[in-house]
Design a protein around this ligand. Sequence first.
Ligand SMILES: *Cc1c(COP(=O)(O)O)cnc(C)c1O
Length: 425
Amino acid sequence: MKIETQCLHEGYKPENGGPGVMPIVQSTTYRFDSTEHIADLFNMPTEYMYSRFANPTCDAVEKKLAALEGGVGAMLTSSGQAASLLSILNLCSAGDSFVAMNSLYGGTINLFSVTLKRFGIECIWIDGDSSEEEINAVFKKNTKAVFGETLTNPSLNVCDIEKLARIAHNHHVPFIIDNTFATPYLCRPFSWGADIVVHSTSKYLDGHALQTGGVIIDSGNFDWAAAYKQTGAFGDFIEPDESYHGIKYVETFGKAAFIIKARMQLMRDFGCYPAAHSAFLLNLGLETLPVRMKRYCENGLKVAEYFLKSDKIAAVNYPALPGDKYKKLADKYLPEGTSGVVCISIKGGREKAMKFTDALKLASNEVHVADIRTCVLHPASATHRQLTDAQLVVAGIDGGMVRFSCGLEHVDDIIADIEQALAAV
Ligand SMILES: *Cc1c(COP(=O)(O)O)cnc(C)c1O
């Protein structure tokens, strides 16, 4: 089925006479007739037993998201941050390292460089645009994964997915990619060789700014047993798990080993699972994802073209624009468009950028992006506030940078708002 159809029909299948809309199962618990039955579930959780790690409403949305990305299984999390964290913890323990693109979402950079370091896990940063040779050189014996982002927030770099997947596989480790800005409507990273996809569902997938959430999706393609044979890594996928009566993940679950291990070990122990009601709201967003993404891309391109013509703008980053540094990669990986987010730099730096964002009337100043309503953020005074102007340059963010996230309003109204705000600068 095409993605428009999958968005409406995957996951929940109404029974004869059952509700046409996926029900919200707002229950922490599930009732069983015997002690024996519950004892069996503690050996092998094949049914719902507790909503800290599985719930029927969340399960239906997980099945839909797995279908949209073309994976074998998915696990929802209570935020995008939790999805990124668990995707790494399912592979790395204290003493391990992983490789990541240095243009990732700011929250991910902090998680990887500060918090995971306290867990004893090292992130080795690379420039995603470097040559294969340069990236190959940073791998260590203890490196267990490569992490990228399809379309980076806020710098809008396009990841060369095939290249990073090839490098990861040459080192017998999986390639994880954050597909938040692209969504499976614009790009399906598994078809380019990625092994694991993560999303913040708080952005386009929900689309209405109703819930914070995340998801991890497993392609089922990474061969854990082969990697173990080659390098001895990923023993916890092959050898018995003492916390589950000696279960062996690859032997028991085959292609779904990664995602089932993530649930049985990490979600069981950390419990960052969303409420059923949040999953229900996310599903409403998913039903209209294709029509929304199409419009976000149309509005984004028109707004980017408008900014390009203004003499008050020093730079426009939008990979679908002819002349953009990432146009070639965008044509390959994002042929339908590059979302509604446009990153601009206002001439005159910080002061003029703040004047511009304050003068906007329709677009709202928010710590959010990829929403149904147009919103803006000035990274230098918000998400990257702790950095000096010199540090901002290193991070690829200048004081004049504004992240402009086009919503689904009529593009004429969005542009009229920009026009009056630029006139005030
Ligand atoms: C927002 C975002 C995240 C973090 O997601 P939350 O749901 O806010 O925790 C991760 N990656 C990208 C690309 C994002 O835009």
